[in-house]
Design a protein around this ligand. Structure first.
Ligand code: ADP
Length: 555
């Protein structure tokens, strides 16, 4: 059963209400399709199309922080994300670093893009040439933002800047399973691109590729053809690049690598949210999620990550103004070509009961195509076009597993969280972690451990990210862990220090587990020995009772 969220259904143009349960449903479902987040309904079984914490994780600030942690460990591997600073707290750092970079390279004439946290559709975004132009008063003070190096030399097609929306299915967190859609959308600006100058900085139709903005430009072209217009398929762009001799295979493999690395950056915190909402040992639900990756190709064809969307639009139609003030929803063939395949394949992949597969697909396709004259002859199993979602992880796991260090740090963090349902580590949990991993010694007393805990926790909590619970969040724990690794293994690169400390901790925890097991076994053996002797005692007593009176009298 598919309790489609009413908004999603409306967005996709359905008039068929029978498969929707907007007010919940008593019988459990196989798949729950939420419109916004995991918490839309209380679910205890089946599969939900949202992970707990995903919306929080892909906010501009959280994503920047998660990627930055990975950039600290693996700067070269994570150079697909523009240098970013978090405002207002890192404004002084931003000013200093820009100053330093300008001094070391006087020819560097950067532009920066300021993006309010939690914003979307280009809302509140503006460009500046100098840190002093960042608006630190008024709305920004109440609204934290990310300021990012602006990519000045994007690849242009027909003289226009464009970005790529790629759909990615995170099918499972543990084990990690990622699928990437074979095709995506290219969304075009509507004014010819020029490198940023003070004069053109405010021209949104030139610099921002958002569909929601450019649709309001007189130059926006709705096209029935995937190769032209302001929204095209990404494959049509690749065809053009290929005909110009570009190595499109390399472009794809760079994009896949960007996607896998970005998800690797997100998984540690997602696992903390997951264990909090779905504690281990509970029957479910399990989660999957379709994510929208926004990617910019640079002139040299290097893909750069702009952002990740937890709720990418699945609309397959657009509004058209028939006469002034009169709008009508009309099918958008480009959206339909890309999105229907993504949803169909997602359902196919997450279907828990393969025998029901055909039934669900037919229902869905009929529903989705309602009013769109979708060719339902395609709905038979044999008639389905080839899969559009391609597995990239674990397929390429060998190439990327070495990057999953923070995942292991998160596993340590989760082990010491203690109370089920929490996401933050208390001081006792932190002390136990230090003690069990044998990290305290004459140079690092337990008093210093407490100071470290208080310092880092206070600083992270003052950033005002999550006030629901007190204690140390994962990112703060990661910072403390990196500090301990640097202290213990001087003169190694950071990722080696961290990897060595992980090994050290895991070794001591395994030894402790072993000891507990032996102790437990010892206790069990002792208990069973006591139990046996008690039983024997009982038998003795019993036999004493059974002793013939004669013998008794002998004794
Ligand atoms: P929103 O969530 O508001 O859409 P984005 O981060 O996607 O915010 O940015 C909006 C648009 O701004 C992007 O689609 C892209 O065209 C442009 N943009 C964003 N960041 C950069 C950047 N670092 N360099 C160049 N262009 C960018």
């Amino acid at each position: 059963m598919l309790p489609w969220d009413a908004r999603r259904a409306r967005a996709a143009g359905s008039q068929q209400a029978s498969a929707q349960f907007p007010f919940g449903r008593r019988l459990p479902c196989d798949i729950y399709w939420h419109g916004v987040s995991f918490h839309d309904n209380d679910i205890f079984s089946g599969q939900v199309n949202k992970f707990p914490g995903m919306t929080e994780m892909v906010r501009k600030i959280t994503l920047s922080r998660a990627v930055r942690t990975m950039q600290d460990l693996f700067p070269v591997e994570y150079n697909f994300y523009p240098r970013s600073w978090i405002l207002p707290e890192e404004f002084p750092l931003f000013v200093d670093e820009v100053q330093m970079m300008k001094e070391s390279d006087p020819s560097w004439k950067p532009t920066f893009i300021v993006k309010p946290d939690g914003g979307c559709q280009g809302d509140g975004i503006y460009l500046v040439k100098d840190p002093s132009d960042v608006r630190l008063t008024g709305s920004l003070q109440n609204r934290p933002a990310v300021v990012q190096e602006y990519i000045c030399k994007p690849l242009l097609v027909d003289k226009l800047k464009f970005d790529i929306r790629l759909y990615v299915l995170l099918k499972s967190l543990e084990p990690l399973e990622i699928y990437v859609a074979k095709d995506g959308l290219s969304r075009f600006c509507t004014e010819p691109y020029q490198e940023p100058t003070v004069k053109n900085l405010h021209q949104v139709f030139m610099h921002l590729t958002n569909y929601s903005l450019n649709i309001h430009s007189g130059n926006f072209i709705h096209s029935d053809n995937a190769n032209t217009g302001s929204k095209r398929t990404f494959s049509s762009i690749l065809c053009r690049l290929s005909s110009r001799g570009a190595d499109v295979k390399k472009v794809w493999s760079d994009i896949i690598s960007l996607v896998i690395k970005t998800i690797i950056a997100l998984t540690p915190e997602l696992k903390v949210y997951y264990q909090s909402d779905i504690p281990a040992g509970k029957p479910g639900p399990t989660c999957f999620q379709i994510l929208g990756f926004d990617i910019l190709l640079m002139k040299n064809l290097k893909p750069m990550l702009l952002e990740v969307n937890a709720n990418p639009s699945m609309r397959i139609e657009h509004e058209q103004e028939l006469s002034p003030g009169v709008f009508e929803n009309v099918p958008s063939p480009v959206d339909e070509e890309v999105k229907v395949a993504v949803i169909r394949d997602t359902l196919r992949l997450v279907d828990p009961q393969k025998k029901k597969r055909k039934d669900i697909q037919e229902k869905f396709l009929a529903w989705f195509a309602d009013g769109l004259e979708y060719d339902t002859s395609k709905t038979t199993e044999a008639g389905l076009p080839s899969l559009c979602l391609k597995q990239v992880f674990p397929k390429y796991a060998k190439q990327f597993n070495y990057l999953r260090l923070v995942d292991k740090v998160a596993a340590l963090f989760i082990r010491f969280l203690g109370v089920k349902g929490t996401t933050k580590l208390g001081p006792t949990g932190f002390r136990t972690f230090i003690r069990n991993c044998k990290l305290s010694n004459s140079n690092f007393s337990m008093a210093s451990v407490d100071i470290l805990y208080i310092d880092i926790t206070r600083r992270w909590n003052s950033m005002g990210i999550d006030h629901r619970e007190s204690g140390m969040c994962l990112q703060a724990f990661v910072e403390a862990f990196f500090y301990l690794a640097q202290k213990k293994y001087k003169s190694l690169p950071l990722h080696e220090q961290v990897a060595s400390l992980i090994d050290f901790c895991e070794y001591h925890l395994a030894a402790l587990d072993e000891k507990r097991l032996v102790c437990g076994r010892g206790i069990l053996e002792r208990r069973s020995a006591v139990a046996t002797s008690q039983t024997e005692g009982l038998q003795l007593t019993a036999s004493a009772h059974n002793t013939p009176p004669k013998a008794q009298s002998h004794s």
